[in-house]
Design a protein around this ligand. Structure first.
Ligand SMILES: [Zn+2]
Length: 263
């Protein structure tokens, strides 16, 4: 009887040990499997990331290559080029240049301050209209154009009458003569724009959005660089890649031109 009891006890103990062993085995095995699958997953993720990284580097290299090609091929000199550079020192080749495809700027989203007489080159007008459409969608307000294309004679007329050198170019030296530049809302002073909440919000919108329509704020870095005062109202249509490039590299078109000249 006693023997039996001991045997029973032993069996019970053995059984318990077996169960404990099973538990330990189960947990160790689970841990092992978990580690294994995690490692496989990590390896896969690393492979994926590496692949992406390689792709990214490849893309970057291509971009740099393309950028150099694009920079080299940019036409900053032909009067009719969308990227023609003009400044107080760099005039049009033909100082009396008149763009060929000038069209009226009035649309349902653009107010022409000068009663439907202002014009722009077709490409610039279409881009401005798209920009104005989105400005209207965001703010329920129309874009007002106070100045657009100005002919050689008109520029001469305003220059002779009142406009100082730090605000107006000589005839033959004005971006407005390209038919690609506009003055928006008010061509007053940088100070006025800085003081007013309304102008500040307009400028912020333009800074955030104008590049999408290939416009750049020509004079934004003071007289030493651009030869004119800062003009938050003066926006010039360039060309998609150049507008984006100027923005990405924090350059004005004058700084970009000088950089190109040095190469
Ligand atoms: Zn202007």
């Amino acid at each position: 009887m006693i023997k039996n009891k001991i045997n029973l006890k032993n069996k019970y103990l053995l059984f318990m040990l077996f169960i404990i062993f099973l538990f330990i085995f189960f947990f160790l095995y689970r841990d092992y499997k978990l580690k294994e699958t995690t490692n496989i997953r990590l390896n896969n993720i690393n492979k994926l990331l590496n692949k992406e990284k390689v792709e990214e580097i490849k893309k970057l290299k291509n971009n740099i290559k393309n950028k150099n090609i694009f920079l080299k091929n940019l036409d900053l000199k032909t009067d009719s080029s969308l990227t023609k550079f003009v400044s107080a020192k760099v005039p049009f080749n033909n100082k009396k240049y008149i763009p060929e495809n000038l069209v009226s700027i009035s649309t349902e989203f653009i107010i022409d301050w000068k009663w439907w007489v202002q014009k722009l080159r077709k490409e610039a007008k279409e881009a401005l209209n798209n920009m104005a459409k989105n400005y209207y969608r965001d703010t329920w307000k129309k874009i007002i154009v106070v100045s657009a294309y100005r002919s050689y004679l008109y520029q001469k007329w305003i220059k002779d009458r009142w406009c100082p050198d730090n605000l107006c170019a000589k005839a033959g030296y004005s971006e407005h003569q390209s038919g690609l530049a506009v003055d928006l809302w008010a061509a007053s002073t940088n100070n006025d724009w800085n003081k007013s909440k309304v102008f500040k919000s307009r400028y912020k919108w333009l800074k955030d959005n104008a590049y999408k329509y290939w416009f750049t704020n020509t004079y934004q870095k003071w007289i030493d660089i651009d030869t004119y005062d800062i003009e938050p109202w003066h926006w010039r249509y360039v060309w998609e890649k150049l507008a984006k490039y100027l923005l990405d590299n924090n350059l004005t078109i004058a700084q970009f031109y000088n950089k190109m000249e040095q190469h």
